[in-house]
Design a protein around this ligand. Sequence first.
Ligand SMILES: [Zn+2]
Ligand SMILES: [Zn+2]
Length: 185
Amino acid sequence: MKLRIDSIKDTPQSFPFAGDDDWKRGAAQAIPELAAEGGRVPGATLRAYRVGQDLLLEGRLEGALGLECSRCLARYRHALLEPFRLLLEPSGKRIPADPEAARSLAENGFCLGDELEMGWFQGHEIDLTPLFLEVVALAIPVQPLCREECRGLCPQCGVDRNRETCDCAAPRDASPFAVLETLKE
Ligand SMILES: [Zn+2]
Ligand SMILES: [Zn+2]
């Protein structure tokens, strides 16, 4: 999503972004979970205004990830509702020390500092695509769960314990306390 700097006024304005084909294609390529079954490349609602010389951008991304549960291996849809907030100050003649940030400032018209919420801008237009991708990437759970109380697969016979019960004995020895129990006896 590209935003012209001169379209940002002192009073907050909305810049809805349903997402064009370029964004949809690029995002699905960069983050396969968006293209997977159940996934949906997010659109954005954005509000932008000036705070003195600075630009304040805030909004949220709404889409979905198609994930695989780390316990029961079922595929499921993970809703994305990711807020973001960004305060950009004019870079002026400064160049970021970090080469990655310097490249982003030149290519996208903005770069982020050490904190994701602060950065610099330059030029006439900023391209928020990399920010959106970053927000989505950070929202991908490290251990996806189809639901909090998912019981997973039986480690012995492999049945989905959300749907069936099995007769496999609970693996007593697997408990780290089992040894302590025998010591006590
Ligand atoms: Zn599950
Ligand atoms: Zn079993």
